[in-house]
Design a protein around this ligand. Structure first.
Ligand code: UTP
Length: 290
């Protein structure tokens, strides 16, 4: 079955980016001129997704506003001849069928995904983590969907992380299948000891899941940090039917981390058609003082 639905969990508390995220959702933090979540929605759309459910919570209404029409603003843009920006602003509300649901309590990523049960129905679906922006020619979500189409199993987007950082991520048991594609048969969230580390490959930001995940999630007890971890539920899939891992191409920026936000801003600005040259000159001029 074709993957046309996506879920974007965006109900986290963003405690690593406080105080910026006290009133402002981290998913709305901009990279140059677009909020993080817009890059993610655009990636999903470029991957063939037509229906997107964004999981929000209290205080995240501006995410809804961002993907809605805004007649006063549109009128002003037309009246002042800013037609290009007008087109861009209107296009935003037609990107996809975007739905919203609230996660009533912040009980973890696994719990957030379980809020998508009715939206998903009996279809495979993509999950794009709301604070992981991935920039590349070939959309990461599309790379995972192709692996799902080929191998028929749930897929995780994976990347190798530094050894000293693995305890902050998940760790996967993987065997190479070909090129950047692996089979994945086990995983552990935030390994506490060296013995628990299965490999330095970790799940980063994207997966394609099958609807059987919802029954598994219902029976998943809180794990690391007292939260219902998606990794704990995916482990059951990996151990029983197996999963596929795709070491996706593209650069991933962690928008839930201050350094990640800075890296995204610098690199996206350098690649910008208009801002790239003046920004490069500016960086060169200050780099001599570093
Ligand atoms: P994170 O663990 O990075 O989000 O979850 P967080 O809880 O906001 O992180 P801290 O507080 O800075 O450590 C990854 C994604 O899952 C969403 C987050 O919004 C983020 O996009 N999430 C997390 C939920 O939707 N609900 C939750 O209960 C937890």
């Amino acid at each position: 079955m074709k993957v046309t639905k996506a879920v974007i969990p965006a109900a986290g508390l963003g405690t690593r980016v406080l105080p910026a995220t006290k009133a402002m959702p981290k998913e709305m933090l901009p990279i140059v001129d677009k909020p993080a979540i817009q890059y993610i929605v655009e990636e999903a759309v470029r991957s063939g997704i037509t229906d997107i459910l964004i999981i929000t919570n209290r205080g995240k209404d501006i995410i809804e506003d961002h993907f809605d029409r805004c007649p006063e603003l549109e009128e002003r843009l037309l009246a002042t001849g800013k037609n290009d920006v007008y087109d861009e602003v209107v296009a935003l509300s037609h990107l996809a069928n975007i739905f919203f649901i609230r996660q009533k309590e912040t009980k973890g990523l696994g719990h957030a995904v379980s809020c998508a049960k009715n939206f998903v129905g009996n279809e495979p679906f993509a999950v794009l983590y709301g604070d992981d922006v991935i920039i590349g020619e070939d959309p990461a979500c599309a790379q995972l969907i192709r692996a799902y189409d080929e191998f028929g199993k749930a897929v995780v987007g994976i990347k190798a992380v530094p050894e000293e950082a693995i305890s902050k991520y998940s760790s996967l048991k993987v065997e190479p299948l070909r090129d950047n594609i692996f089979s994945c048969t086990d995983m552990v969230e935030k390994p506490k000891t060296k013995e628990e580390v299965l490999s330095l490959y970790s799940i980063l930001g994207r997966c394609v899941l099958t609807p059987d995940i919802f029954d598994i999630l219902e029976n998943t007890a809180p794990g690391a940090g007292g939260e219902i971890q998606l990794t704990d539920a995916m482990r059951t899939l990996a151990q029983t039917v197996g999963m596929t891992g795709v070491d996706f191409t593209g650069t991933r920026y962690d928008m839930g981390d201050k350094l990640g936000i800075l890296k995204a801003t610098v690199e996206v600005a350098l690649a910008d058609k208009v801002l790239g040259d003046p920004f490069r000159e500016y960086l060169k001029s200050i780099s001599v003082t570093l």
